[in-house]
Design a protein around this ligand. Structure first.
Ligand SMILES: [Zn+2]
Length: 371
């Protein structure tokens, strides 16, 4: 696993050096202020919230002005949710029942059914508004019994909504697209070792060798009574090994620009309903430059805010412009001594050096009574 992560990261970094710029001509949805995140509501179901980093507000991301955003709201009760630059893909159901996947077109501000399937990959972003998915369906025999699961690769044009199947023969499993250029896609394929390149229609498949990068990264997890992470940078020419950070409770790679890791130190102890449990919520988030390994822009998380983890899925970045959002909880005690928990995001911006929480009021939940 360590090796795989290193390889992926090397690939990402390598592409930042060769600079395959996405010179798309398709007008894309312009988001300059919203971070989307799923939070639990007071009633206990999950819902998609739109956090405005300029106004510092949190409202339902539902596009329907007449909806009351209850349990049956189109952005509530999903099993999974992934984002691209233009769309949010909302999954309902699970692998046993099958999934219904809806697409929320942010430019059109509408939600529609995208596909029904057994499984679907996270959207894999390609050039010019193209997004790739591995989608599986169950194949039934003559008696109507489920026989096998068939995986195919599809390409969706997010501007036109067109969905095209690219494979004639089924794939062994999911296809992952770690990077791309204008006319070339780089893949890793389940069940096949190494990397592959294809054209944008998944044709002309060739084994692909990753060019040697200047650096590679080593990820170590230290198991004591809690988990701690260490990351090292290794110079591929000299072999020199430098510590990027250690003692981190959690970390996130922030992408090619601005070449930072964010690391969370001094993790939180969770609050529980057991009266013996105390809640300890100190912590700091640091941004670490991958090139000179300097640790910069350190924020203390406020006393009433808990940030248990800052890891995030690569394909669903809690980010807009230079604002990065980390899932957080806020704790409030009322005059009677009742303790409440609320959910939101803790936002930091290494350019402007701002740091603030945005809390969704509809997530308020009593977690410890005064009695
Ligand atoms: Zn709604």
């Amino acid at each position: 696993m360590k090796k795989l992560l290193s390889l992926i990261l090397v690939t990402l970094l390598m592409f930042s050096f060769v600079s395959c710029k996405d010179t798309t001509e398709i007008p894309e949805y312009k988001n300059d202020r919203y971070i989307y995140a799923i939070v639990p509501t007071t009633e206990g179901y999950k819902t998609l919230i739109k956090f405005d980093v300029v106004e510092k507000t949190a409202v339902s991301a539902c596009p329907d002005p007449l909806c009351e955003h209850g349990r049956s709201c189109p952005v509530s009760g999903m099993s999974n949710c992934s984002m691209t630059d233009n769309c949010i893909y909302i999954e309902r159901g699970d692998i046993s029942t099958g999934k219904s996947v809806y697409v929320y077109d942010l430019a059109k501000n509408e939600i529609s059914l995208f596909v029904e399937c057994k499984q679907i990959s996270t959207p894999q972003k390609g050039p010019n508004g193209l997004v790739y998915f591995t989608i599986s369906q169950i194949e039934y025999n003559d008696e109507g019994l489920a026989e096998k699961e068939i995986f195919h690769l599809y390409c969706r044009n997010e501007k036109t909504g067109e969905l095209k199947r690219l494979t004639t023969e089924p794939l062994a499993g999911f296809a992952h697209l770690p990077n791309y250029a204008e006319d070339k896609l780089i893949w890793t394929l389940s069940g096949e070792p190494g990397y592959w390149s294809t054209d944008i229609d998944f044709q002309n498949r060739q084994p692909y060798e990753i060019p040697r990068a200047d650096y590679m990264f080593e990820f170590d997890t230290i198991y004591t009574n809690t988990l701690r992470h260490e990351v090292y940078r290794i110079n591929n020419i000299t072999g020199e090994k430098s510590l990027i950070f250690k003692d981190a409770a959690s970390f996130r790679y922030l992408g090619n620009y601005p070449n930072y890791y964010a690391a969370l130190y001094k993790p939180m102890v969770a609050v529980g309903e057991d009266e013996e449990l105390e809640y300890i919520h100190t912590g700091e988030i640091a941004y670490i430059d991958l090139y000179d390994t300097s640790k910069t822009f350190i924020w203390d998380v406020p006393e009433d805010i808990s940030v248990p983890n800052i890891y995030n899925e690569v394909r669903n970045p809690r980010r807009v412009n230079d604002y990065h959002g980390f899932d957080c909880q806020q704790y409030e005690t009322d005059e009677q001594g009742n303790l409440y928990q609320l959910h939101g995001i803790f936002v930091v911006n290494p350019t402007t050096k701002e740091a603030f929480p945005i809390i969704y009021e509809g997530s308020r939940r009593l977690i410890r009574s005064a009695e």
